[in-house]
Every structure is written in structure tokens, then in C-alpha cells.
Design a binder for this molecule. Structure first.
Ligand code: F6P
Length: 364
């Protein structure tokens, strides 16, 4: 006999295409299959801390499937276990998780679905350990969560990067230039690798494979000798300089992960221009990768995750995250889902395929 009558849902961390598709699936499945009511907490865990919430009916989620962003709002701040408060006029960080439990009880929520990446899911795990009934849904354009074969949002981001590469090709060719495209992905190279293969890049630089400038120069010169006057380079924001340094654009205090990467594209373009004498330009794709309408793949994956999360609640599978294993949706304990990052395995078929296509990965 299922005790759950009302579920809460929130979206945490950086947004990703498909968040609305998950929310829609949660609401539809909860209401239609299990006769549950749904409340959405606003702006990630901020809404749970500050008691900002709205009722979600089928009417509220009508038409949101193709929309990017999240109707609930999100933030990568507002960790209830490390929340900024004023003490004696000074900002200090405190555990305010009791406010979360208070608001959960005010809204008579029996179980909470947290849609987020590693930061939000780590908070979800801790709340579960303190007694909250939680189910997680893996979101991030970076595709860097270890316990699932794919996060939703990634496919749309890589398609956006691929389209950018298609556009850069024509201008690169016309001007006989080297075009460097810097893409997101934090410390993992999934977006860069997949978009680079899909978009016909000549060089792909990812955090998992340290690059050497001479290897890139050799590739560009090879192309010049083959009368190909332009080259296309994709670089992941987490790729390290030839001296082994990460390029950091800023630090955001009280964010789940304060480091913001960015700027490696400029470093590489300058190095290439100096070494080859070829005019080089940089495009930083940035948050365009997080926006836009989700691809069919992401809409389907997000919808499957949303339905599976409600099923997990109904089956009493708390402290779990829904995940993709091969082609099947399954669940995995949140404890296994967070903490370990999923990098691109350097001996994977994707890497071998890239090499056999003649793409330079910066190491040889
Ligand atoms: O994790 C998603 C992501 O877009 C990363 O690829 C990127 O490094 C980071 O978030 C950017 O964060 P912000 O939106 O705070 O600039």
C-alpha cells in the first residue's frame, strides 16, 4: 500500500535543455498514474529554504516540453548545509537544513524529486541520510555523472556545438584561418569529443589527454601541405595548457563548485598563431550550449527519467537516482551516483575512432 500522496520537485544547479520535459513527465505521471498532487519548489534548494513554491497541475506543464530552461527556476548556490547567514554583522556559512524539513512539512510533501547534477544530488543524498524521502534525476550538459550512461541535456548541447562547427567551417575556409571553438564540459571532454567528431574537427583537445603544442602545429602544417588552408580546433574548457594549467575565468563564492573555467581557447589560438603564423580566431560557445529547445533524444530521455522517478517514489525506492544503463532506465543508490566524476576513458572506442579518422587529439 503506497503512503505517498503528495510529491515535491525541484531543479538545481546549472540549467540544461530537458528540465521542463522532466517536470512535465513527473506531473503527468504522478497525477494520471498514481493520483498524487505535485508542488514545485522554486530556484533549486533556495525555494525549499525560503519556502517559495507553487502547485503544479497538468495545466501548468502544458506546452513546456519543447522549452529550454526550467519553469521552476534554478541556482547553483543555496546549499542548505552551507548557507550564508549573517552572524554578528558578518557573513558566515551555516547548516539551515531544519528549514528544509519545516517547509517540506508545511507543504505536506511525502517525497521529493531532485533534478540536478553532482552538486544538487550530493545535497539530495545528505537530506535523504537525514530522513527525507528523495529520488534523484541526473541532469547536466557535461555528461560527467558516473552512475548513468547519459545525462539529459548533453545531446542538445553537443548538437549546438556541432552546428557552431558547421558554421565555423565556411568562414574558416573563406579566410584561410585557424578557428578555435571553446566548449563547456567542466573537467570532462564529452561535449568536445562528440561535437568534434560530429562537426568534422581537425583537432580536439580534452582534459583527459594533455596536449603538446608541437602535435597541433604538425597537424595544421600537414593540412597546409595538403592544400587545406584552414583548420578547425575544438577545445574543452577544462583542457589544460601545455604547461599543465587549468584556465579559470572566475570564482563564484558560495556556489556548489566555485571554479568557473574559461579562456583556454584564447591561450591556444595565440600559441597556434605564434607557432604557425596562421591567423587564428576564437569562438567561446558558452551558455548557448545550455539554452534552446531540447533535441528529440533529450526530450525522450528526460521524459523517461521523469516517469521513472515517479515510479521509484511509488515503489518506495528512496535515496536512489534514476539512470540509463544501455537502453534501459534503472535506479542506482544516490551514494554511488555522486562524488565520482565520469571522464572520457582514454582507451574508449570514441577516442580510437577519432584517431582513426585522422583527428589530432593533441598528444601525437
Ligand atoms: O555544469 C554545467 C556548466 O555549464 C559547465 O559546463 C560550465 O563549466 C558551468 O556550468 C558554467 O557555470 P555558470 O552558469 O555558473 O557560468
Amino acid at each position: 500500500m503506497m503512503e505517498t500522496k503528495r510529491i515535491g520537485v525541484l531543479t538545481g544547479g546549472g540549467d540544461a535543455p530537458g528540465l521542463n520535459a522532466v517536470i512535465r513527465a513527473v506531473v503527468k505521471c504522478a497525477i494520471r498514474q498514481y493520483n498524487l498532487s505535485v508542488v514545485g519548489f522554486l530556484n533549486g534548494f533556495g525555494g525549499l529554504i525560503k519556502n517559495q513554491a507553487r502547485e503544479l497541475t497538468e495545466k501548468d506543464v502544458a506546452g513546456i516540453l519543447p522549452r529550454g530552461g526550467t519553469i521552476l527556476g534554478t541556482t547553483n548556490r543555496d546549499n542548505p548545509f552551507h548557507y550564508p547567514v549573517l552572524k554578528g554583522g558578518e557573513k558566515v556559512f551555516a547548516d539551515v537544513s531544519d528549514r528544509v524539513f519545516e517547509n517540506i512539512s508545511i507543504h505536506e510533501v511525502d517525497a521529493l524529486i531532485v533534478i540536478g547534477g553532482d552538486g544538487s544530488l550530493a545535497i539530495a543524498r545528505e537530506l535523504h541520510e537525514r530522513g527525507l524521502k528523495v529520488v534523484g534525476v541526473p541532469k547536466t550538459i557535461d555528461n560527467d555523472l558516473s552512475a548513468t550512461d547519459q545525462t539529459f541535456g548533453y545531446d542538445t548541447a553537443l548538437n549546438t556545438a556541432m552546428e557552431a562547427l558547421d558554421k565555423l567551417h565556411s568562414t574558416a575556409e573563406s579566410h584561410h584561418r585557424v578557428m578555435v571553438l571553446e566548449v563547456m564540459g567542466r573537467y570532462a571532454g564529452w561535449i568536445a569529443l562528440a561535437a568534434g567528431i560530429a562537426g568534422g574537427a581537425d583537432v580536439i583537445l580534452i582534459p583527459e589527454i594533455p596536449y603538446r603544442l608541437p602535435a597541433i602545429v604538425k597537424k595544421i602544417n600537414e593540412r597546409t601541405n595538403q592544400r587545406k588552408s584552414f583548420s578547425i580546433i575544438v577545445v574543452a574548457e577544462g583542457a589544460k595548457t601545455s604547461e599543465g594549467e587549468l584556465v579559470v575565468s572566475k570564482k563564484v563564492d558560495d556556489s556548489f563548485d566555485p571554479i568557473r573555467l574559461g579562456g583556454i581557447g584564447n591561450v591556444i589560438a595565440q600559441q597556434i598563431e605564434q607557432a604557425t603564423g596562421k591567423e587564428s580566431r576564437v569562438t567561446v560557445l558558452g551558455h548557448l550550449q545550455r539554452g534552446g529547445s531540447p533535441t528529440a533524444y533529450d526530450r525522450i530521455l528526460a521524459s523517461r527519467y521523469g516517469v521513472a522517478a515517479v515510479n521509484a517514489v511509488a515503489e518506495g525506492k528512496f535515496g536512489q537516482m534514476v539512470c540509463l544503463r544501455g537502453t534501459e532506465i534503472s535506479t542506482v543508490p544516490l551514494a554511488e551516483a555522486v562524488g565520482e566524476m565520469r571522464s572520457v576513458p582514454v582507451d574508449s572506442q570514441m577516442i580510437t575512432t577519432a584517431r582513426q579518422l585522422g583527428i589530432c587529439l593533441g598528444d601525437e
